[in-house]
Design a protein around this ligand. Structure first.
Ligand code: MCA
Ligand code: AMP
Length: 507
């Protein structure tokens, strides 16, 4: 496939080449072709322009997963807009922050949540709705016009903003360009030999890099088909395996699939590739999956700010459990001393840094934060810790950043600590991640009572509920007389993680 500059243009080319090919197969429901999707994209594009969207304007989306959500993404790119997908779990308080910061021209929300956003409307913001059955204001006029022209974009133009929480507790919008998305998609198509003949099981959410810019982009660009599921369900996936070729998921997908007796070599007979990422896959799960199915899961490593950086080989080399493989074509990866920034010899643990056409341009309206995360020679400091093994494979050994990854969702302790500390019975808190049998890691809050107070778990959880998406809620609250500190007075989270490591017994 020749190099491409825009995901929208590449999709349009596929839709013109094979209009009748099924793009979305919705199990037990409808099938939607490339041609039908292209028409929906053009209708939404016309609607966005009517709402006042001009190139560079942000289009925010907080909707349940549907094929039309992907059409909205493509329509935004068509008109030169900047797509801003938001997790459906975000509460009103969280939405206030993102919308104030990104100042979108249009917010597309679920019809059921329309009233929550009524107060935002007017002025510079238009609110549209989109349901899961083509309902909602965005598509409610069957005779609505179609926009055929596409805004001419360059590789450096912004295509999307994805919020990713910072160590400071404030979420930062990572601005990804058309060039970032296109180059990463192309590198993955080549690395994983993905073609129009693939049938990908898509069970990830479409508001993060994994589901949108890895899974969906690859299928759209290659002209492949999606078994498109609104959410992960073990038995539905196993039902679909015999009609699919590729599955992409977070480690929790594989932990759950392994629990089913129906996961057999026969069930996987038509599959050629299982991909895992977003969080570490346990080497024991990798090995158990291979023993059970004959397939070695291909683990890769990425970040919101960079898309995918490294991948275990599709062929020409082993897929090594516990590693995230080799740099993708065009991507440079190095392990350096975190203080001096000098490269370390292979085998030594240091800070992982990356450079390449996949790396974002910066955080939305945060030039200083952006500058502090890049080296002078253009390498981006990922905040992950790793080493390069004897075969050149990258192994992630930990995180320099204070981050919990639960079922593939990133959770920043600082955000939760700030909320807990505001409760009158709490003097201070430390939020940590501990091993969890289903989510890989889960959140535990350790709190110290304010003088004379007796913090109650249920009350604390109620107190933070409105301000925090459900997946970020601590699964346990522990009350302790004081937090362990080092001589500098810094809370020793490693000590706490050790202390509570067996709270949720794994295997
Ligand atoms: C749902 N819940 C969770 C999570 N998901 N709690 C903690 N961690 C989670 N990940 C909560 C719900 O709020 C609910 O709580 C209860 O668990 C059940 O919800 P349900 O929707 O039924 O859960 P599920 O469908 O079983 O979802 C689990 C899941 C899902 C399949 C692991 O979280 C998922 O699809 N994760 C993928 C996230 C992802 O795409 N990450 C990629 C980020 P209650 O019942 O108590 O109300 S992109 C990225 O990281 C980089 C770039 C990369 O490298 O890919
Ligand atoms: P996000 O900010 O949601 O893009 O999450 C990116 C982070 O997820 C990375 O910085 C890593 O810490 C982690 N991550 C992604 N893929 C892997 C993987 N295969 N193994 C270990 N950690 C991973």
């Amino acid at each position: 496939m020749p190099p491409f500059a825009s995901l929208h243009r590449t999709f349009v080319a596929q839709a013109e080449r094979q209009p009748d090919k099924v793009l979305f197969e919705l199990p037990g429901e409808r099938n939607i072709t490339y041609g039908e999707t292209a028409r929906t994209v053009r209708r939404i594009a016309a609607r966005l322009v009517a709402d006042g969207v001009t190139p560079g304007d942000r289009v925010a989306m907080q909707v349940e997963k549907s094929p039309e959500a992907i059409a909205l993404y493509l329509a935004t790119l068509q008109v030169g807009g900047v797509f801003l997908p938001l997790n459906t779990a975000y509460t009103g308080t969280e939405m206030d922050y993102f919308l104030d910061d990104a100042r979108p021209r249009v917010l597309v929300c679920s019809p059921e949540r329309r009233s929550e956003h009524a107060h935002r409307e007017g002025g510079d913001l238009a609110v549209e709705t989109l349901g899961t059955h083509t309902d909602g204001t965005l598509l409610n006029d069957p005779a609505s016009p179609e926009l055929h022209e596409a805004h001419e974009v360059s590789a450096d133009d912004p295509a999307a903003i994805l919020y990713t929480s910072g160590t400071t507790g404030r979420s930062k919008g990572a601005v990804l360009t058309h060039g970032n998305l296109a180059s990463n998609c192309q590198a993955l198509l080549t690395a994983w030999q993905f073609t129009e003949h693939d049938r990908l099981i898509h069970a990830l959410p479409v508001f993060h890099v994994h589901g949108l810019f890895v899974a969906a982009n690859m299928a759209l660009a290659a002209g492949a088909s999606l078994h498109y599921l609104t959410k992960f369900d073990t038995e539905t996936i196993i039902d679909l395996l015999p009609r699919a070729t590729v599955l992409m998921g977070v480690p929790t997908f594989y932990t759950r699939l392994l629990k089913s007796e129906r996961l057999t070599p026969q069930a996987c007979a038509s599959m050629r590739l299982f991909v895992s990422g977003s969080a570490p896959l346990l080497a024991s799960d990798h090995e158990a999956f291979e023993a059970r199915t004959g397939h070695a899961i291909l683990e890769r490593y990425g970040m919101t700010e960079t898309g995918m950086n490294t991948s275990n080989p599709y062929q020409d080399g082993p897929r090594k459990p516990g590693t995230v493989g080799l740099p993708l074509p065009g991507v440079e990866v190095r392990v350096v001393d975190p203080e001096s920034g000098t490269s370390l010899p292979d085998g030594e643990i240091g800070s992982i840094e990356v450079r390449g056409p996949n790396v974002f341009t910066g955080y939305w309206q945060m030039p200083e934060k952006t500058a502090s995360e890049f080296r002078a020679d253009g390498f981006f400091i990922t905040g992950d810790l790793g080493r390069i093994d004897e075969d050149g494979y990258l192994c992630i050994v930990g995180r320099g950043k204070d981050l919990v990854i639960s079922g593939g969702y990133n959770i920043y302790p600082k955000e939760i600590e700030a909320l807990l500390d505001a409760h009158p019975t709490v003097l201070e808190s430390a939020v940590i991640g501990v091993p969890h049998p289903d989510f890989g890691e889960t959140v535990v809050a350790v709190v110290v009572p304010a003088p004379g107070q007796d913090p109650q778990e249920a009350e604390l959880l109620r107190f933070i509920a409105d301000d925090l998406a459900r997946f970020k809620h601590p699964r346990a609250v522990k009350v302790v007389p004081e937090l362990p500190r080092n001589v500098m007075g810094k809370v020793q989270k490693a000590e706490l993680r050790k202390q509570y490591a067996s709270l949720f017994p794994t295997a």
